[in-house]
Write a protein that binds this ligand. Structure first.
Ligand SMILES: Nc1ncnc2c1ncn2[C@@H]1O[C@H](COP(=O)(O)OP(=O)(O)OP(=O)(O)O)[C@@H](O)[C@H]1O
Ligand SMILES: [Mg+2]
Length: 438
């Protein structure tokens, strides 16, 4: 049932876009300008991705077989497929409204009204697929059906849906995030390259933690954690509020005392090493809540991240960060406090990267961000991983984290209760019920 996972992931993307459009509509109603290039790129994305690829694939495989297997299917699918057919036409109407608004022929309110109807339709469509069509599919489709559907959805050479097409969709998505209004978007962001060829992926064990315990007074927040991270891996630690995720990261980087256990990093026992020395060894953290220094300039914030590094490489490293996040360069002399939440998150990640990490620790990078930016921050994490960076990602947003992770650990009140590949955990019933809200 890989296809269902892919479809759900795409629904989440679409949902983020719809929610973002609603937020932008609110801003326009409050007096902001209608940014034509932003809307054009959103409409292009929806047309190419949803109308031409996502819906086409559902119609051709999932819905066709559903109709063959179940007489109940028609009642659900007739409406959904009519909506698929009308998708391009609705989008055309919306583009016409946008053009009329830009040309002054129509009021902004008429445009935001049409926009809200459109996003409401998208959301209701997605909801109905998730609530009605997908459960029916789980119930009635046979193993052979799934084999056929999964094959189609996983076909990496498919011109409509394969890896090349998907890379193009991702480019489009980056563009949307960079064109979104300042309060929502990143201002500017390219998927620039940071560390060319930073070593092979999936190699030796880089971090090994055994029996880690940590306490606040008499309360034991970590009760004997065992985990491992290999070079080049992206490992996610997920868990509810108060599970101990941040405590784990702080104990790992040495700012929180460890009362029992052992930490091996890159072949060395660092259990008793001071935190600045651990940073020198390459453990660099982007902390929970970003914690950029608001009154300091963006450039000085980045410089702080390099305080354990030799002076001569700082300028060069800073240029690499700037090429990845152009908005930081543009604003480099301004106080960091003037950045939007998403931009501050980029700064916090950039600052950690200035320490030339061997392992990058990210504590809830998606916290408090607009939905579109959540996706964009995860795109940045994916880009870093593809460049060979070893990443340890802590998230409450379990679905998004596990979707990009090689492996994951589930933490519950100080204990690791489950571990597996990201995909195994996403399909695990317990995890779905507890963390994914499904
Ligand atoms: N400074 C502190 N003093 C006392 N108890 C603390 C302190 N910080 C955290 N705790 C407790 O330790 C446990 C683990 O907290 P921690 O912040 O590590 O959780 P978390 O998984 O990061 O949660 P969140 O998702 O909310 O960030 C919680 O019960 C919390 O109340
Ligand atoms: Mg935390």
């Amino acid at each position: 049932m890989e296809a269902l996972r892919i479809i759900t992931e795409e629904h989440q993307n679409l949902w983020r876009i719809a929610t973002t459009l609603d937020m932008v509509a609110d801003e326009i109603d409050a007096g902001s300008k209608v940014e034509t290039p932003f809307f054009t790129s959103v409409f292009d994305y929806i047309e190419q991705f949803m109308d031409r690829a996502h819906h086409a694939k559902e119609d051709e495989y999932l819905f066709r077989l559903l109709r063959e297997r179940s007489t109940d299917a028609a009642a659900i699918l007739d409406r959904l497929q009519a909506e698929h057919r009308n998708g391009p036409e609705n989008l055309k109407d919306l583009r016409a409204k946008l053009a009329a608004t830009a040309g002054g022929g129509e009021s902004n309110a008429a445009f935001t009204g049409a926009l809200r109807n459109y996003t409401a339709a998208i959301k209701s469509h997605v909801r109905s697929e998730e609530k009605d069509a997908m459960p029916l599919a789980r119930e009635v489709l046979t193993t052979e059906d799934w084999a056929e559907i999964d094959k189609a959805f996983l076909d990496n050479d498919d011109p409509l849906f394969g890896s090349k097409a998907r890379a193009e969709f991702r480019e489009l998505f980056h563009r949307i995030a960079s064109l979104a209004p300042e309060s929502i978007g990143l201002g500017a962001h390219s998927a620039g390259s940071l560390q060319p060829g930073a070593g092979p992926a999936g190699g030796d064990v880089l971090l090994s933690v055994k029996g880690m315990e940590s306490c606040y007074g008499r309360i034991k927040a970590l009760k004997g954690i065992d985990l491992e991270v290999r070079k080049g891996e992206l490992v996610a630690l997920v868990g509810a509020n108060g599970a101990g995720k941040t405590t784990f990261l702080r104990t790992l980087s040495g700012v929180q005392p460890m009362s029992a256990g052992k930490i091996m990093f890159d072949g060395e026992d660092i259990s008793k090493l001071r935190s600045d020395l651990r940073m020198r060894r390459g453990i660099c953290q982007s902390p929970e809540g970003r914690q950029v220094f608001g009154p300091l300039s963006i450039e000085d914030n980045l410089r702080l991240g390099a305080y354990t590094q030799p002076k001569h490489q700082v300028a060069e490293d800073m240029e690499k960060i700037y090429s990845m996040f152009p908005i930081l360069k543009e604003k480099r002399n301004l106080p960091a406090g003037t950045l939007s939440g998403g931009q501050q998150q980029m700064l916090a990640i950039g600052r950690a990267l200035m320490g030339r990490p061997k392992m990058l620790l990210l504590d809830e990078p998606s916290m408090g961000l607009a939905p579109l930016l959540v996706e964009e921050v995860f795109n940045v994490v994916k880009t870093l991983k593809s460049q060979g960076m070893t990443i340890f990602l802590v998230e409450q947003n379990a679905f998004a984290a596990l979707a990009i992770a090689d492996r994951g650990y589930v933490l519950e009140t100080g204990n690791i209760t489950l571990t597996g590949t990201g995909q195994e955990l996403i399909s695990n019933e317990q995890v779905r019920a507890a963390y994914l809200g499904m």
